[in-house]
Write a protein that binds this ligand. Structure first.
Ligand SMILES: O=c1ccn([C@H]2C[C@H](O)[C@@H](CO)O2)c(=O)[nH]1
Ligand SMILES: [Zn+2]
Length: 319
């Protein structure tokens, strides 16, 4: 199928038919990944191929936003991790990142991405392929590649979460779970947002001119700067599922965040969309608040998973 060329998620079986039969064969998907990168500024296309504990294979690509400063770019590894979050994956076991334009060499992620990877549970055990042409290469753990590291504490990215946010005012009127409001999709995204360091969750939903919608949420890093904004996260969804469409096809965008949030995304989101989306793109902001009653229905309890201690958010049904 023509749309197969835009595929960013492969079942184990699909990956096998692409030649990814074992860890050292991750490179068999790198040419596909690199062809999907969007690097209009540097012209340097980066691909990443990763395997999640579910056995699925995910691709990541770098995405540069034309006309904007470089720090708004999405790195291939960040893309891949965000794609894991959008697909409710629980972690990452293996990673291969291209470091040459011919796709023959694989290396360690940049410092920014090593730090971003740290937000996941069991991040130190992620195995990263180091390889040059004509050699099989070897895997090195993130533990090895990021010594003397700056570490996050619990909660961690990819753990189940619900920020218990509700839209403020009349926007918050209850909708059915299958409504088509972009604001409700942006709220659902904000409820997944990972912002334990500033408690400023936010989510973005966007729609293209075919009426397809995409969403993403703000993901923080304990080291601050590697954090990924909600527009970038929604662009990951757009690139991953948008069959190669350009950003100029984005015609409607909603941002949901808390009023007076310690970290507000509104100004940055508007600036990014003014630069890359359709010239007449409609951008709306809805405020939300933490619903304390809803929050009381959730508690965090320790849980032993695969023999390792962690935390899960469990819904408690109140009598
Ligand atoms: O680990 C890295 C390092 C760089 N890049 C991207 C960012 C930018 O788009 C381009 C040039 O630095 O490569 C990545 O995707 N991953
Ligand atoms: Zn990077």
């Amino acid at each position: 199928m023509a749309q197969d060329q835009y595929k960013f998620v492969f079942t184990a079986k699909e990956a096998e038919s692409e030649g990814v039969t074992e860890p050292f064969r991750l490179p068999n998907l790198i040419t596909k990944a690199m062809s999907l990168a969007r690097a209009p500024i540097s012209k340097y296309k980066v691909g990443a191929v990763g395997r999640a504990p579910s056995g699925r294979i995910y691709l990541g690509v770098n995405v540069e936003l034309p006309g904007l400063p470089l720090h708004h770019s999405i790195h291939a590894e960040q893309f891949l991790v965000t794609n894991l979050a959008l697909n409710s994956e629980k972690g990452l076991h293996l990673l291969a990142v291209s470091i040459s334009t011919d796709g023959n060499d694989f290396g360690a992620p940049c410092g920014n991405c090593r730090q971003f990877l740290m937000e996941m549970r069991n991040a130190l055990d992620i195995q990263i392929l180091l390889k040059s042409k004509h050699e099989e290469g070897s895997f090195r753990s993130l533990r090895h590649l990021l010594p003397d590291r700056f570490s996050p504490c619990s909660p961690l990215l990819l753990e189940k979460r619900d920020n218990c946010l509700t839209l403020s005012g009349s926007a918050g009127e209850i909708c059915s779970s299958d409504c088509s409001h972009l604001k409700c999709k942006a709220l659902a995204a904000a409820n997944n947002s990972f912002s334990p360091y500033t408690n400023s969750p936010s989510g973005v939903a966007l729609q293209d001119d075919d009426g397809e919608w995409y969403r993403g949420w703000y993901i923080e890093s304990v080291a601050s700067n590697p954090s990924l904004g909600p527009v970038q996260a929604a662009l990951v969804d757009f690139v991953a599922r948008g069959l190669g469409k350009g950003f100029d096809k984005i015609v409607e965008v909603v941002l949901v965040e808390k009023k007076n949030a310690r970290v507000s995304q509104e100004g940055t989101a508007k600036m990014i969309l003014d630069t890359i989306a359709a010239p007449n793109c409609d951008f709306k902001v809805f405020h939300c608040y933490e619903d304390l009653v809803k929050k009381m229905n959730y508690i965090t309890i320790p849980e032993v998973e695969n023999g390792k201690k962690g935390y899960l958010v469990r819904k408690i049904i109140r009598q």
